[in-house]
Design a protein around this ligand. Sequence first.
Ligand code: SF4
Ligand SMILES: [Zn+2]
Length: 366
Amino acid sequence: MSTKKYSDNNLIVEKIKKFRSKAIKQKPNYEEKQLDKPISFWIKEDRLLNKRGKEFTIILRTKGCSWALGPNGGCSMCGYVQDSTFEKIDQAHIKNQIDYAFQEKLTEILEDEEDFVLKIYNSGSFFDDDEISESTRDYIFKKIAKIPKIKELVIESRVDYITQEKLIKMKNSLDIYIEVAIGLETVNDHIRNAYINKGLLFKDFLEANRLCRINDIGVRTYLLFKPPFLNEQTAIDDCVRSILKLAELKVNTISINPLNIQKNTLIEHLFYQKRYRPPWFYSLFKCIVKASQESDILKEVRIISSPSGAGSKRGIHNCLKRECNEFMIKSLRNFVLTQDINHLIRSDEDYSCDCLVKYQLQKRYI
Ligand code: SF4
Ligand SMILES: [Zn+2]
Protein backbone atom coordinates (compact mmCIF):
# COMPACT_ATOMS: atom_id res chain seq x y z
CA MET A 1 0.00 0.00 0.00
CA SER A 2 1.23 3.45 -0.90
CA THR A 3 2.66 5.70 1.83
CA LYS A 4 1.67 8.88 -0.05
CA LYS A 5 0.05 11.67 1.93
CA TYR A 6 -3.42 12.42 0.63
CA SER A 7 -4.84 14.92 3.12
CA ASP A 8 -4.03 16.77 6.35
CA ASN A 9 -7.29 15.79 7.91
CA ASN A 10 -5.77 13.74 10.75
CA LEU A 11 -8.77 14.29 12.97
CA ILE A 12 -11.01 12.42 10.55
CA VAL A 13 -8.49 9.60 10.20
CA GLU A 14 -8.34 9.20 14.00
CA LYS A 15 -12.14 9.10 14.25
CA ILE A 16 -12.43 6.58 11.41
CA LYS A 17 -9.88 4.36 13.14
CA LYS A 18 -11.86 4.54 16.38
CA PHE A 19 -14.97 3.21 14.62
CA ARG A 20 -12.97 0.58 12.80
CA SER A 21 -11.65 -0.79 16.13
CA LYS A 22 -15.25 -1.08 17.26
CA ALA A 23 -16.01 -3.11 14.11
CA ILE A 24 -12.99 -5.34 14.80
CA LYS A 25 -14.21 -6.01 18.35
CA GLN A 26 -17.66 -7.01 17.06
CA LYS A 27 -16.34 -9.26 14.33
CA PRO A 28 -17.69 -12.84 14.53
CA ASN A 29 -15.27 -15.74 14.43
CA TYR A 30 -16.00 -17.41 11.14
CA GLU A 31 -16.07 -21.19 11.16
CA GLU A 32 -14.16 -22.94 8.38
CA LYS A 33 -17.37 -24.02 6.65
CA GLN A 34 -18.68 -20.44 6.57
CA LEU A 35 -15.59 -19.48 4.62
CA ASP A 36 -16.62 -21.87 1.85
CA LYS A 37 -19.75 -19.86 1.01
CA PRO A 38 -19.75 -16.31 -0.35
CA ILE A 39 -21.21 -13.47 1.73
CA SER A 40 -24.06 -13.42 -0.77
CA PHE A 41 -24.92 -13.99 -4.42
CA TRP A 42 -27.97 -13.27 -6.58
CA ILE A 43 -29.40 -12.93 -10.04
CA LYS A 44 -31.48 -9.95 -11.06
CA GLU A 45 -32.26 -7.84 -14.10
CA ASP A 46 -29.61 -5.37 -15.15
CA ARG A 47 -28.44 -3.15 -17.95
CA LEU A 48 -25.77 -4.82 -20.08
CA LEU A 49 -23.55 -2.70 -22.29
CA ASN A 50 -26.11 -2.20 -25.04
CA LYS A 51 -29.23 -4.03 -23.95
CA ARG A 52 -31.23 -5.33 -21.03
CA GLY A 53 -30.02 -8.52 -19.45
CA LYS A 54 -29.32 -10.13 -16.10
CA GLU A 55 -26.61 -9.76 -13.52
CA PHE A 56 -25.09 -12.60 -11.55
CA THR A 57 -23.38 -11.01 -8.59
CA ILE A 58 -21.12 -12.82 -6.14
CA ILE A 59 -19.80 -11.11 -3.01
CA LEU A 60 -16.75 -12.98 -1.79
CA ARG A 61 -15.55 -13.04 1.78
CA THR A 62 -11.82 -12.29 1.90
CA LYS A 63 -9.28 -10.83 4.26
CA GLY A 64 -10.75 -7.38 3.56
CA CYS A 65 -9.69 -4.12 2.00
CA SER A 66 -6.04 -3.25 2.73
CA TRP A 67 -6.88 0.47 2.83
CA ALA A 68 -9.44 -0.15 5.57
CA LEU A 69 -7.16 -2.50 7.49
CA GLY A 70 -4.09 -0.30 7.19
CA PRO A 71 -2.89 2.74 9.17
CA ASN A 72 -5.30 5.12 7.42
CA GLY A 73 -8.44 3.39 8.61
CA GLY A 74 -10.34 3.27 5.31
CA CYS A 75 -13.09 5.42 3.83
CA SER A 76 -15.43 7.38 6.07
CA MET A 77 -18.62 5.75 4.74
CA CYS A 78 -17.40 2.18 4.35
CA GLY A 79 -18.38 -0.59 6.73
CA TYR A 80 -17.46 -3.49 4.45
CA VAL A 81 -14.66 -4.43 6.78
CA GLN A 82 -17.36 -5.94 9.03
CA ASP A 83 -17.82 -8.77 6.53
CA SER A 84 -14.12 -9.55 6.24
CA THR A 85 -11.95 -12.01 8.10
CA PHE A 86 -9.18 -9.42 8.78
CA GLU A 87 -6.64 -12.21 8.48
CA LYS A 88 -5.42 -13.86 5.34
CA ILE A 89 -7.52 -16.89 4.50
CA ASP A 90 -6.58 -19.99 2.58
CA GLN A 91 -7.24 -19.39 -1.12
CA ALA A 92 -8.98 -22.78 -1.31
CA HIS A 93 -11.87 -21.10 0.56
CA ILE A 94 -12.18 -18.39 -2.08
CA LYS A 95 -12.26 -21.01 -4.84
CA ASN A 96 -14.92 -22.92 -2.86
CA GLN A 97 -17.00 -19.75 -2.53
CA ILE A 98 -16.93 -19.31 -6.29
CA ASP A 99 -17.80 -22.97 -6.87
CA TYR A 100 -20.68 -22.77 -4.40
CA ALA A 101 -22.28 -19.75 -6.06
CA PHE A 102 -21.92 -21.23 -9.56
CA GLN A 103 -23.26 -24.59 -8.47
CA GLU A 104 -26.36 -22.92 -7.02
CA LYS A 105 -27.07 -20.66 -9.98
CA LEU A 106 -25.69 -22.38 -13.08
CA THR A 107 -28.97 -24.04 -14.14
CA GLU A 108 -30.85 -20.76 -13.77
CA ILE A 109 -28.23 -18.99 -15.90
CA LEU A 110 -28.29 -21.64 -18.63
CA GLU A 111 -32.09 -21.71 -18.76
CA ASP A 112 -32.49 -17.93 -18.87
CA GLU A 113 -33.16 -16.41 -22.28
CA GLU A 114 -31.13 -13.30 -21.55
CA ASP A 115 -27.39 -12.78 -21.45
CA PHE A 116 -25.51 -12.16 -18.24
CA VAL A 117 -23.00 -9.83 -16.70
CA LEU A 118 -21.02 -11.48 -13.93
CA LYS A 119 -19.98 -9.17 -11.09
CA ILE A 120 -17.42 -10.45 -8.64
CA TYR A 121 -16.97 -8.18 -5.65
CA ASN A 122 -14.83 -8.75 -2.62
CA SER A 123 -15.38 -5.53 -0.66
CA GLY A 124 -11.80 -4.65 -1.46
CA SER A 125 -9.61 -5.21 -4.50
CA PHE A 126 -9.80 -8.15 -6.92
CA PHE A 127 -6.18 -7.49 -7.89
CA ASP A 128 -4.84 -7.33 -4.32
CA ASP A 129 -2.90 -10.60 -4.02
CA ASP A 130 -3.48 -10.61 -0.27
CA GLU A 131 -7.21 -10.90 -0.91
CA ILE A 132 -7.32 -12.95 -4.11
CA SER A 133 -4.15 -14.63 -5.31
CA GLU A 134 -3.00 -14.91 -8.90
CA SER A 135 -3.82 -18.60 -9.01
CA THR A 136 -7.35 -17.95 -7.67
CA ARG A 137 -7.86 -15.28 -10.30
CA ASP A 138 -6.79 -17.79 -12.99
CA TYR A 139 -9.19 -20.34 -11.54
CA ILE A 140 -12.05 -17.82 -11.73
CA PHE A 141 -11.21 -16.83 -15.32
CA LYS A 142 -11.20 -20.48 -16.43
CA LYS A 143 -14.58 -21.02 -14.78
CA ILE A 144 -16.11 -18.00 -16.53
CA ALA A 145 -14.68 -18.97 -19.93
CA LYS A 146 -16.70 -22.20 -19.82
CA ILE A 147 -20.05 -20.36 -19.68
CA PRO A 148 -20.83 -18.63 -22.98
CA LYS A 149 -23.94 -16.92 -21.57
CA ILE A 150 -21.67 -14.71 -19.50
CA LYS A 151 -20.95 -11.88 -21.91
CA GLU A 152 -19.52 -9.31 -19.52
CA LEU A 153 -17.43 -9.30 -16.36
CA VAL A 154 -17.08 -6.60 -13.72
CA ILE A 155 -14.49 -6.71 -10.96
CA GLU A 156 -13.43 -3.90 -8.65
CA SER A 157 -10.06 -2.70 -7.49
CA ARG A 158 -8.28 0.23 -5.91
CA VAL A 159 -5.92 1.75 -8.45
CA ASP A 160 -2.87 0.73 -6.36
CA TYR A 161 -3.26 -2.86 -7.58
CA ILE A 162 -4.12 -2.28 -11.23
CA THR A 163 -1.01 -3.15 -13.23
CA GLN A 164 -0.33 -3.71 -16.89
CA GLU A 165 0.68 -7.31 -16.18
CA LYS A 166 -2.54 -8.17 -14.34
CA LEU A 167 -4.72 -6.53 -16.98
CA ILE A 168 -2.99 -8.35 -19.83
CA LYS A 169 -3.34 -11.66 -18.05
CA MET A 170 -7.07 -11.11 -17.48
CA LYS A 171 -7.63 -9.95 -21.05
CA ASN A 172 -5.79 -12.95 -22.49
CA SER A 173 -7.84 -15.34 -20.36
CA LEU A 174 -11.28 -14.08 -21.34
CA ASP A 175 -12.88 -13.29 -24.64
CA ILE A 176 -15.67 -11.13 -23.23
CA TYR A 177 -16.22 -7.47 -22.39
CA ILE A 178 -14.52 -6.66 -19.09
CA GLU A 179 -14.93 -3.64 -16.86
CA VAL A 180 -12.67 -2.74 -13.98
CA ALA A 181 -14.68 -0.79 -11.42
CA ILE A 182 -12.81 1.94 -9.55
CA GLY A 183 -14.16 3.86 -6.57
CA LEU A 184 -13.23 7.38 -7.61
CA GLU A 185 -16.22 8.85 -5.71
CA THR A 186 -15.71 12.39 -7.10
CA VAL A 187 -13.30 14.16 -9.43
CA ASN A 188 -12.56 16.61 -6.61
CA ASP A 189 -9.34 15.63 -4.77
CA HIS A 190 -10.25 17.61 -1.65
CA ILE A 191 -13.71 16.08 -1.16
CA ARG A 192 -12.33 12.62 -1.95
CA ASN A 193 -9.42 12.73 0.43
CA ALA A 194 -10.36 15.16 3.20
CA TYR A 195 -14.02 14.10 3.61
CA ILE A 196 -14.11 10.54 2.31
CA ASN A 197 -10.53 9.63 3.25
CA LYS A 198 -10.23 7.65 0.04
CA GLY A 199 -6.46 7.87 -0.31
CA LEU A 200 -6.61 8.38 -4.05
CA LEU A 201 -5.49 11.22 -6.29
CA PHE A 202 -7.29 12.02 -9.53
CA LYS A 203 -4.01 11.78 -11.44
CA ASP A 204 -3.59 8.17 -10.24
CA PHE A 205 -7.11 7.39 -11.44
CA LEU A 206 -6.20 8.85 -14.84
CA GLU A 207 -3.22 6.51 -15.06
CA ALA A 208 -5.37 3.46 -14.19
CA ASN A 209 -7.93 4.61 -16.78
CA ARG A 210 -5.15 4.86 -19.36
CA LEU A 211 -3.83 1.38 -18.54
CA CYS A 212 -7.29 -0.16 -18.91
CA ARG A 213 -7.89 1.70 -22.15
CA ILE A 214 -4.65 0.56 -23.82
CA ASN A 215 -5.49 -3.00 -22.85
CA ASP A 216 -8.99 -2.74 -24.30
CA ILE A 217 -10.63 -3.10 -20.91
CA GLY A 218 -13.59 -0.93 -19.92
CA VAL A 219 -13.65 1.35 -16.89
CA ARG A 220 -16.60 1.62 -14.54
CA THR A 221 -16.33 4.52 -12.15
CA TYR A 222 -18.18 4.72 -8.87
CA LEU A 223 -19.29 8.14 -7.76
CA LEU A 224 -20.39 8.67 -4.17
CA PHE A 225 -23.53 10.76 -4.12
CA LYS A 226 -23.57 13.17 -1.16
CA PRO A 227 -20.28 12.57 0.66
CA PRO A 228 -20.17 13.83 4.26
CA PHE A 229 -20.02 17.59 4.93
CA LEU A 230 -21.82 18.43 1.66
CA ASN A 231 -25.41 19.63 1.54
CA GLU A 232 -27.86 18.43 -1.12
CA GLN A 233 -27.15 21.27 -3.53
CA THR A 234 -23.37 20.94 -3.22
CA ALA A 235 -23.70 17.19 -3.68
CA ILE A 236 -25.63 17.76 -6.92
CA ASP A 237 -23.01 20.25 -8.17
CA ASP A 238 -20.11 17.93 -7.28
CA CYS A 239 -21.70 14.92 -8.95
CA VAL A 240 -22.69 16.82 -12.12
CA ARG A 241 -19.08 18.04 -12.44
CA SER A 242 -17.81 14.51 -11.94
CA ILE A 243 -20.18 12.99 -14.52
CA LEU A 244 -19.23 15.56 -17.15
CA LYS A 245 -15.52 15.10 -16.54
CA LEU A 246 -15.77 11.31 -16.69
CA ALA A 247 -17.81 11.48 -19.89
CA GLU A 248 -15.10 13.65 -21.37
CA LEU A 249 -12.54 11.00 -20.39
CA LYS A 250 -14.75 8.41 -22.10
CA VAL A 251 -15.08 6.02 -19.19
CA ASN A 252 -17.57 3.32 -20.15
CA THR A 253 -19.89 3.26 -17.16
CA ILE A 254 -20.63 5.66 -14.34
CA SER A 255 -22.20 4.00 -11.35
CA ILE A 256 -23.65 6.49 -8.88
CA ASN A 257 -23.82 5.25 -5.31
CA PRO A 258 -25.99 7.40 -3.07
CA LEU A 259 -24.43 7.20 0.39
CA ASN A 260 -26.08 4.77 2.78
CA ILE A 261 -25.33 4.58 6.47
CA GLN A 262 -23.20 1.53 7.28
CA LYS A 263 -22.48 0.21 10.74
CA ASN A 264 -19.50 1.40 12.76
CA THR A 265 -18.50 4.18 10.41
CA LEU A 266 -17.82 7.86 10.87
CA ILE A 267 -20.93 8.56 8.81
CA GLU A 268 -23.06 6.53 11.18
CA HIS A 269 -21.73 8.67 14.02
CA LEU A 270 -22.63 11.88 12.12
CA PHE A 271 -26.04 10.42 11.30
CA TYR A 272 -26.77 9.71 14.99
CA GLN A 273 -25.68 13.27 15.82
CA LYS A 274 -28.09 14.55 13.12
CA ARG A 275 -25.18 16.02 11.19
CA TYR A 276 -25.74 13.84 8.14
CA ARG A 277 -28.88 12.94 6.22
CA PRO A 278 -28.66 10.47 3.31
CA PRO A 279 -29.52 12.13 -0.01
CA TRP A 280 -33.01 12.78 -1.30
CA PHE A 281 -34.10 11.04 -4.50
CA TYR A 282 -35.01 14.48 -5.85
CA SER A 283 -31.33 15.46 -5.72
CA LEU A 284 -30.12 12.34 -7.49
CA PHE A 285 -32.65 12.73 -10.28
CA LYS A 286 -31.85 16.41 -10.63
CA CYS A 287 -28.14 15.60 -10.89
CA ILE A 288 -28.49 12.98 -13.64
CA VAL A 289 -30.96 15.12 -15.60
CA LYS A 290 -28.74 18.22 -15.31
CA ALA A 291 -25.60 16.36 -16.43
CA SER A 292 -27.37 14.80 -19.40
CA GLN A 293 -28.88 18.12 -20.44
CA GLU A 294 -25.54 19.92 -20.32
CA SER A 295 -23.98 17.43 -22.69
CA ASP A 296 -25.26 14.51 -24.70
CA ILE A 297 -23.44 12.08 -22.42
CA LEU A 298 -25.88 9.19 -22.52
CA LYS A 299 -24.78 8.43 -26.07
CA GLU A 300 -21.21 7.92 -24.86
CA VAL A 301 -21.47 6.50 -21.38
CA ARG A 302 -23.95 4.35 -19.51
CA ILE A 303 -25.12 5.74 -16.17
CA ILE A 304 -26.32 3.26 -13.61
CA SER A 305 -27.36 3.38 -9.98
CA SER A 306 -28.61 0.63 -7.74
CA PRO A 307 -28.76 2.22 -4.29
CA SER A 308 -28.40 0.09 -1.16
CA GLY A 309 -31.03 0.73 1.47
CA ALA A 310 -33.13 2.84 -0.91
CA GLY A 311 -36.33 4.15 0.67
CA SER A 312 -35.13 3.58 4.25
CA LYS A 313 -33.88 6.14 6.77
CA ARG A 314 -30.33 4.87 6.29
CA GLY A 315 -30.41 5.01 2.51
CA ILE A 316 -31.45 7.46 -0.17
CA HIS A 317 -35.05 8.50 0.52
CA ASN A 318 -37.53 11.32 0.19
CA CYS A 319 -40.09 11.52 2.97
CA LEU A 320 -40.76 8.20 4.63
CA LYS A 321 -44.02 7.55 2.75
CA ARG A 322 -43.79 4.17 1.09
CA GLU A 323 -45.46 5.17 -2.16
CA CYS A 324 -43.23 8.22 -2.53
CA ASN A 325 -40.03 6.17 -2.31
CA GLU A 326 -41.41 3.28 -4.32
CA PHE A 327 -42.24 5.61 -7.17
CA MET A 328 -38.72 6.99 -7.14
CA ILE A 329 -37.09 3.53 -6.94
CA LYS A 330 -39.17 2.36 -9.90
CA SER A 331 -38.35 5.47 -11.94
CA LEU A 332 -34.64 5.05 -11.25
CA ARG A 333 -34.71 1.37 -12.19
CA ASN A 334 -36.51 2.16 -15.45
CA PHE A 335 -33.96 4.83 -16.26
CA VAL A 336 -31.06 2.46 -15.62
CA LEU A 337 -32.54 -0.30 -17.77
CA THR A 338 -33.46 1.95 -20.70
CA GLN A 339 -31.05 4.90 -20.29
CA ASP A 340 -34.06 7.09 -21.09
CA ILE A 341 -33.83 10.28 -19.03
CA ASN A 342 -37.59 10.85 -19.27
CA HIS A 343 -38.05 8.35 -16.45
CA LEU A 344 -36.34 10.84 -14.13
CA ILE A 345 -38.23 13.90 -15.20
CA ARG A 346 -41.04 14.17 -12.71
CA SER A 347 -44.52 14.58 -13.93
CA ASP A 348 -47.32 15.44 -11.51
CA GLU A 349 -49.63 13.21 -13.49
CA ASP A 350 -47.46 10.22 -12.57
CA TYR A 351 -47.00 10.94 -8.90
CA SER A 352 -46.35 13.92 -6.70
CA CYS A 353 -45.71 14.25 -3.01
CA ASP A 354 -45.85 17.19 -0.59
CA CYS A 355 -42.29 16.50 0.53
CA LEU A 356 -40.97 18.24 -2.59
CA VAL A 357 -41.70 21.63 -1.01
CA LYS A 358 -39.86 20.66 2.17
CA TYR A 359 -36.94 19.42 0.07
CA GLN A 360 -36.74 22.65 -1.89
CA LEU A 361 -36.66 24.70 1.29
CA GLN A 362 -33.99 22.54 2.90
CA LYS A 363 -31.68 21.50 0.10
CA ARG A 364 -29.04 24.14 0.80
CA TYR A 365 -28.95 23.44 4.54
CA ILE A 366 -29.06 19.67 4.98
S1 SF4 B 1 -14.78 2.03 0.03
FE1 SF4 B 1 -13.45 0.56 -1.00
S2 SF4 B 1 -11.39 1.43 -0.72
FE2 SF4 B 1 -12.69 2.46 0.76
S3 SF4 B 1 -12.42 1.24 2.62
FE3 SF4 B 1 -14.25 0.47 1.56
S4 SF4 B 1 -13.53 -1.24 0.33
FE4 SF4 B 1 -11.71 -0.04 0.93
ZN1 LIG C 1 -42.59 12.27 -0.30
